[in-house]
Design a protein around this ligand. Structure first.
Ligand code: HSE
Length: 336
């Protein structure tokens, strides 16, 4: 399977490491032979129709900070040109989420779909701002559009609701969809101040480069948009979410909640409304997970409430969600 990889940050690098370490078993078990024919990052690109060497790509990035130095040629193909000229079956979009105009990911996804390429995105920006129209574009161009890693990282939250609960009618859901704010609130629960907890999360590398994405609830809201569209069949985008982050949560709020045997969590919920806000949750509720964990409880008509818990971020975890999507595409193509 020929792949173009957009972005070569932590997720992209872990993905090619995964391809490298699992190559024999991926072929033996699933008939999947990933061939990365093009990669680009913000500073350069590498192209080889016969397949780029995974180890060399990672080494080049480590040494020069870009894949652009992979070959000794001066001619760097821009990402835009690569998407126009290089033939591939799947585009994997891993550039950073941007909730203002969703670029450059939006252009990558649209160009690929128009050329008949299947798309896997772990970039949430384009889905948060244009989920309904991207899904239409995929259908119109008869390509598959997969985004399992956008919610829950390696934890298959979307697949669980869509496939494991197939036939059920999910009536509502609520969850902790942002690991960073959960880490901060968990630490505040042990008496640490907001500023100290934030600094600790920053030191550990959890907080997004633009801290507002975590702290003001935008990341959780983007995930809520994806869930609402994909699981509940709604046609919504980011402005439809009623969103409040954690900046105003005080030590007093946490103490008050503790007196009632509750913890304060940033909850994204879909009931009558789509809301992200800090809420008191009983400390024995399965949703009440700590640290950077994510958890989501789906309530359905016949099978009650079920909670799925797992890590919501991480380079290798997110790379494994891409592999899951790739295997689905491989299977569907083989089925056809
Ligand atoms: N900033 C996000 C989080 C990363 O803390 O959950 C995963 O989307």
């Amino acid at each position: 399977m020929r792949i173009i990889l957009c972005g070569f940050g932590v997720v992209g690098q872990n993905l090619v490491k995964l391809f490298d370490s699992r190559s024999e078993d991926l072929y033996a078990k699933y008939g999947l032979k990933p061939r990365v024919v093009g990669v680009f990052d913000s500073k350069g690109s590498a192209v080889d129709q016969s397949g780029l060497d995974f180890g060399k790509l990672v080494e080049t990035k480590k040494k020069f900070g870009t894949v652009g130095r992979y070959a000794d040629t001066q001619n760097q193909m821009s990402g835009k040109d690569m998407l126009k000229e290089i033939k591939a079956d799947v585009l994997i979009e891993t550039t950073a989420s941007n909730y203002k105009d969703a670029e450059p990911g939006m252009t990558h996804i649209i160009s690929a779909m128009k050329r008949g390429m299947h798309v896997i995105s772990v970039n949430k920006g384009p889905l948060a701002l244009a989920f309904p129209s991207l899904l239409e574009l995929a259908t119109y161009n008869q390509v598959m559009f997969k985004f399992s890693g956008t919610v829950g990282g390696g934890t298959p939250i979307l697949d669980y609701a869509k496939n494991s609960l197939r036939g059920e009618r999910i009536t509502s859901f609520a969850g902790i969809l942002n690991g960073t704010t959960n880490y901060i609130l968990t630490n505040m629960g042990t008496g640490v101040s907001y500023d100290e907890a934030l600094k600790d999360a920053q030191d550990k590398g959890y907080v997004e480069a633009d801290e507002s994405l975590d702290l003001d609830g935008l990341d959780a809201a983007a995930k809520l948009v994806i869930l609402a569209n994909w699981i509940m069949g709604m046609k919504v985008t980011l402005p439809d979410i009623n969103c409040t982050g954690i900046r105003k949560v005080t030590a007093e709020d946490i103490k008050k909640a503790a007196k009632e045997n509750c913890l304060i969590k940033l909850i994204a919920s879909c009931n009558k409304e789509l809301t992200v806000s800090p809420r008191q949750i009983p400390d024995d509720d399965p949703l009440c997970v700590n640290g950077t964990l994510n958890a989501i409880a789906f309530t359905s008509e016949h099978s009650g409430t079920q909670t799925i818990i797992g890590k919501g971020a991480g380079g290798m975890e997110t790379a494994s969600s891409i592999l899951r999507d790739l295997l689905d595409i491989r299977e569907e193509i083989a089925g056809d």
